[in-house]
Ligand binder design. Structure first.
Ligand code: ZN
Length: 273
């Protein structure tokens, strides 16, 4: 079930060291095939996404590092926040859409941000310890990550740029397969603006690590990788879609990705005239 270089940590989590000090923790038995990233510095570690919570990913993380770990979700969707409550130190991006989810110090995302109702998942309230401004540098000791706002798939989506190591953790902004822009709060104007803003910041040769993978032709799993070209293709395909004036339910990006669309995703383009 796993490609060479990927190993089982137990009967649920698969691990792959995708770059020095970056351990992808995959859930290939989950139908969304989530990949979460444990990013290690010299002083501390960051857990970017926590999976759907079918199993406790914090236990897996404790087998992989003794460093203090901060958990940071890429966005509020249930398959990225399911294991959040297992972590004692939770950071959130300082975005109004997430601040609005705070009730008496507890994070309580709206149904449309969490979408747990898709699969009968229920939210476990958590208390964030830190709010990280967009554009801020997360210093792990010998490794610095820039927090970027990359909405489109959802308004609260972020990516992390490890410029020093040529890595972009893009979560659900781009991944191989059908990109979800047909869901509540998806927005194509944000998607295109974010792709265009990202391009000048991401050098050629950057490895893009995504949050959902697909098995290869031999049905084997590994952490999903894309390239800068995929963001360029996303931007140009969205420009073509906008220019076409059409509102299809799907739209091709390239031979690795396509977009799933709903009428609501076009609203901000229509309003912009
Ligand atoms: Zn998502």
């Amino acid at each position: 079930m796993l490609c060479e270089g990927v190993t089982w940590l137990d009967d649920w989590f698969a691990v792959e060291e995708v770059a020095p000090g970056v351990i992808a923790i995959g859930e290939p038995r989950f139908h969304q095939t989530n990949w979460n990233y444990l990013i290690l510095g010299q002083r501390r570690a960051l857990m970017f996404d926590t999976g759907p919570g079918v199993r406790d990913i914090s236990e897996a993380v404790r087998k992989l590092t003794t460093l203090p770990v901060t958990a940071l979700p890429s966005h509020m969707h249930f398959d990225h926040t399911g294991g959040l409550a297992g972590f004692g130190n939770i950071a959130l991006p300082d975005l109004p859409v997430i601040r609005d989810c705070m009730k008496d110090g507890w994070l309580m995302p709206t149904d449309d941000l969490y979408v747990g109702y898709w699969e009968g998942m229920s939210w476990t309230p958590v208390k964030p310890a830190q709010w990280l401004p967009i554009g801020s540098e997360i210093d792990l000791g010998g490794r610095s990550l820039t927090l970027l706002h990359t909405p489109g798939h959802s308004p609260d989506s972020i990516s992390l740029h490890d410029r020093g190591n040529g890595l972009l953790f893009a979560a659900d902004f781009v991944y191989p397969g059908k990109l979800y822009a047909q869901i509540a709060n998806s927005d194509l104007k944000s998607y295109l603006d974010a792709a265009q803003a990202l391009l000048p910041q991401v050098p050629q040769g950057t490895t893009i690590l995504s949050a959902h993978g697909k098995p290869n032709a031999q049905h084997l799993h590994r952490a999903p990788r894309l390239a800068r070209m995929d963001i360029a293709d996303l931007a140009s395909s969205l420009e073509r879609l906008k220019a076409s004036g059409q509102m299809p339910s799907s739209w091709p990006v390239n031979d690795r990705m396509s977009l799933l669309l709903s009428d609501a995703a076009f609203l901000s383009w229509q309003r912009a005239g």
